[in-house]
Design a protein around this ligand. Structure first.
Ligand code: ADP
Length: 292
């Protein structure tokens, strides 16, 4: 049996093993040898080996899931492109049909391109090859530029997209490229997962709480869209997690955007949270600290 004991000499809690042997093996009771061995080191090594085996098995499983998810997600648009090309060949003299096929090929190849870019981003982050740059930027300009980029998407769906900023120290040090990606991902999702004619509010606030000469900023992206179930919210930041497939929702996506966003926010030492209710809308909040 293994038990814990206090070693007063070393003044620490250690583990020991106790074994009892009968002195003669003829069943004559009376004399025993008790063997006490300190096995703290052995147990520590065993625990380390078990942990690393666990870790290896988990990362292997993660790789398998990742590969099977990608191969499925890549095949779908690729099959679509090949099928449309076939139809185009068969209708080579029908201009209207050709245009229709080309439109569908364009949509599928855009999606494929986005998927490949996101998979590359994700694997760069996971392998630790993505490092953050420190650029001197105007955080309010960066957010305005992001809104300008996604505005046409919002217009296409007849959404009202409002931006409110309350920032005193605009110039901060941070990775402007990745921060812009975070902004764009969240606002694009709000646009995508809101029925036509919706309302999307984006707030950027500087909170009065300086720490180590760093200022706290909070970005809130709020929509009155389709929202998410509580169960799904638990998995929202996992790779390839989507509440509905594109076939069901008719909304194209990869399920990688938020996994990337969360990894980037983590790398920047920030926090991302979500509140949502099906049919009412969602609210994503990011808090990040930057030196001003
Ligand atoms: P994608 O949009 O490519 O599917 P994301 O990782 O950006 O991938 O989002 C994952 C899933 O989270 C989406 O498929 C959707 O189900 C849900 N989601 C994200 N943002 C919102 C939102 N603003 N409102 C409702 N659902 C959302």
């Amino acid at each position: 049996t293994t038990f814990r004991y206090r070693n007063d000499y070393l003044n620490e809690l250690r583990q020991a093993n106790m074994a009892i042997y009968a002195l003669d093996d003829k069943g004559d009771p009376g004399k025993y040898v008790i063997c006490l061995t300190d096995c703290t080191e052995e147990m520590t090594i065993r625990k380390m080996l078990e942990d690393s085996l666990d870790e290896a098995q988990r990362s292997n499983q993660a790789k398998r899931t990742f590969l099977s998810a990608i191969s499925h997600d890549v095949r779908t648009p690729l099959n679509g492109i090949m099928g449309m090309l076939e139809i185009a060949y068969m209708n080579i003299d029908d201009r209207a049909k050709l245009l229709e096929c080309m439109g569908k090929i364009k949509t599928a190849s855009n999606h494929l391109g986005e998927l490949i870019n996101q998979v590359l981003d994700m694997s760069r982050i996971e392998s630790g090859k993505m490092s953050l740059q420190n650029t001197n930027m105007d955080i309010t300009e960066l957010l305005q530029e992001s809104v300008i980029i996604v505005q046409p998407l919002a217009n296409n769906k007849g959404h009202e997209l409002n931006l409110t900023m309350d920032v005193e120290h605009k110039r901060v040090l941070g990775d402007s490229v990745q921060l812009k990606q975070i902004f764009i991902n969240l606002i694009t999702n709000a646009i995508k997962y809101t029925e036509n004619g919706g309302k999307i509010n984006v707030f950027l606030r500087e909170l009065a709480s300086q720490q180590d000469k760093k200022q706290l900023f909070e970005l809130v992206v709020e929509d009155n869209g389709i929202g998410m179930s509580e169960e799904f919210q638990k998995h929202i930041f996992e790779q390839f997690a989507r509440e509905r497939t594109s076939t069901v929702s008719k909304i194209q996506g990869t399920g990688l955007g938020l996994a990337i966003t969360k990894s980037l926010v983590d790398m920047m030492g920030g926090r991302i949270t979500v509140e949502s209710e099906p049919g009412r809308g969602s609210e994503f909040t990011i808090s990040l600290r930057f030196p001003v």
